[in-house]
Design a protein. Sequence first.
Length: 257
Amino acid sequence: MVHSLYAATSGMTAGLIEHDVIAGNLANIDTPGYKRDIPITGSFREEVIRSLGTSGSKDHIRTTPLGFIGYGAYIHGISSDHSQGPLVETEGSLDLGIEGEGYFVVRGPSGDLYTRAGTFKLSQSGTVTTTNDMPVIGTRGPVTIPHDARKVEVSADGTILVDGEVHDKFRIVSCNNPFAIEKIGSGMFRIPPGNIGQAGLGTFTVRQGFLEMSNVNPIGEMVRMISGMRRYEACQKMIWAIDQTLDKTVNDVGRVV
């Protein structure tokens, strides 16, 4: 009976966390470069159930395996889906979307960070930065654009042409192990140094005037939310039924009439 309470309660707790993850995904449908989160569900270790009895002598206890019982589910962790998001045309000269593999490199307060959100802007000093004022890195360090530049073009491999002449090239890296990517918010990721590689030619295309939007599928997320609510309600009903059974056991069984 207590095992059932543990299983139902753990199911409700896991359902609440999953609901929060889905809500976060839905809230970032229109966030450029956002990668949807996925709750990783696990189950508690199963325990063997045995019946106890006596055989022959009362001092000899015999056990008979009946099967296994679990203690319910839990959220093992939160992972991210790094699949391609749709590209939306903006016609902005510093709006860049990556089609395929790869991440832009930006200089964060405590080291390099990586992003797929190509909503870049030009600072007063001429440095190309993110919306959070972090410099975007090229082959020569932070990318700068002269203030008197009349036309800025970005080719498919990330090469920057200013007024028709090669000026710099965006540094675009890949990750050898997607599970090592850590999401830190604001469209930024942290990748351990041992998992960083140079994105190979042909594995990506930089699209100027486009932004990669969130890869969240709103219909799929709503279906998962409804399914999770149904599981949560089922666990609630299970706890209510167990409570009623315990009430009968405590108050009615063994009552002398």
